[in-house]
Every structure is written in structure tokens, then in C-alpha cells.
Design a protein. Structure first.
Length: 215
């Protein structure tokens, strides 16, 4: 299918304190990703009682990861520079200099009452990333609001397919409220993992430049 760009991609607006949002995925591509995640499963149960599908695990995973990283560089990076740095107006700043070190492979997180072993809520926490990017992939569920209490922002205020962009650590703790019904799918992207770890999925370019990449 490839990575279709949503109309208006990159046209970020402030939706809360230090949170931007803009179109990113088409609704058709959101449905495609949900289907691909379910085809690629079952996925391991994580400590927070959720299941994630890394984008490279889908059937077109390599192509989608590379196109995703290119879209982040082309459409998300300018917003970061404009809203959070002086680089956008600094003539001495090279255009090739990025505000982040790498783009980890994004993943789709599933929250559901259908699978009895899955958690239906996620406790308050901070992400270990320089920036976080969340995309609602569906709306056919009730409850399960991803909430940023300090910013008084809930992800369900964004339309399906829109990308919400914010600093990942320290200032933006968030939680997911109890799922009431349905199944929720969210794509979670990050820019530069802050907490040191040896995870080969933390850099798309490095991962696919290796001849030994795999699931």
C-alpha cells in the first residue's frame, strides 16, 4: 500500500500547551495498519499488560518504516524547529541539522476487552523520548482516553489520522483511562530515546542498514 500522505500533512496547530497536531495518516491507511497489526500477531504481552506491533513487522514493514522516517524529517521536523527552537530563524543553522538523533520504529498499541489478559487502562507515566508522536487509528471504542493532565488535553480531541506531537519526558506525564467498550488502536512514535538501552529498534536507518535485521 505504501505510505499515503494525508491532505494537510505538516500543517501543525497548537491544541494545548506544548502540544501540536496536524493531519498525518489517511483514514484508509489507519484501517490498513489496524488490519496489518492483527495479521502480524499474536504479539508478546508487555509489562503494562498491552500488546504492541512494531511497524516493521507488517507485510510492507521495511518500506513503511523508511517512508515514515522520511515523512517525520520532511513534515514534523520543521514544526519542532518552529515551535520549540530558534533554529527556524537562525541563518547559521545548517538545514541538514536535525533537532533529534534518530527515529525509532513506531508501534501500534492495542487496548481491548476482547483479550482477557490485556490491561484496559494505563497508569500515569512519562515517555523516555525527546519527543512523542501519537496517532489515533480508530474511534470505535468508548473510554480509554489518553490524557495529559498538566496540559488538560485528551488525544480523542484529535480526529482519527491526526498526529499529536509533544515533548516526551518530564513535562508531559499522561495516562489512559479505563476502556469501557470496543478496541482502541494508537500508533506511537518517538524521536530519540533518552533512557539508555540496547534496543535495535531505536533507529530506523541503523536497523535497516544492517544485513541481519529481522522481527
Amino acid at each position: 500500500m505504501g505510505f499515503p500522505l494525508a491532505p494537510g500533512i505538516g500543517q501543525f496547530e497548537t491544541v494545548a500547551s506544548d502540544i501540536l497536531a496536524a493531519p498525518f495518516f489517511t483514514s484508509e491507511f489507519c484501517e490498513y495498519l489496524i488490519n496489518e497489526m492483527n495479521i502480524a500477531g499474536p504479539h508478546p504481552l508487555l509489562p503494562d499488560q498491552s500488546r504492541n506491533c512494531l511497524l516493521h513487522q507488517t507485510r510492507e514493514g521495511k518500506q513503511l518504516c523508511i517512508e515514515y522516517a522520511n515523512a517525520v524529517k520532511q513534515y514534523v521536523e520543521p514544526a519542532i524547529k518552529t515551535f520549540w527552537t530558534t533554529a527556524a530563524t537562525d541563518e547559521a543553522d545548517p538545514e541538514t541539522r536535525l533537532t533529534y538523533g534518530n527515529v525509532p520504529i513506531p508501534f501500534v498499541k492495542k487496548i481491548s476487552k476482547v483479550d482477557s489478559d490485556l490491561s484496559t487502562a494505563i497508569a500515569l507515566h512519562n515517555d523516555h523520548s525527546l519527543f512523542s508522536m501519537l496517532v489515533r487509528l480508530n474511534s470505535s471504542y468508548e473510554g480509554s482516553e489518553t490524557t495529559y493532565p498538566r496540559q488538560d488535553f485528551r488525544l480523542n480531541e484529535c480526529p482519527v489520522g491526526h498526529l499529536a506531537l509533544m515533548p516526551g519526558s518530564v513535562t508531559h506525564p499522561h495516562f489512559v483511562s479505563e476502556l469501557i467498550s470496543g478496541t482502541k488502536y494508537t500508533l506511537v512514535g518517538r524521536l530519540t530515546i533518552i533512557a539508555p538501552r540496547s534496543d535495535r529498534f531505536d533507529d530506523i536507518n541503523q536497523y535497516f542498514s544492517s544485513t541481519t535485521f529481522g522481527p
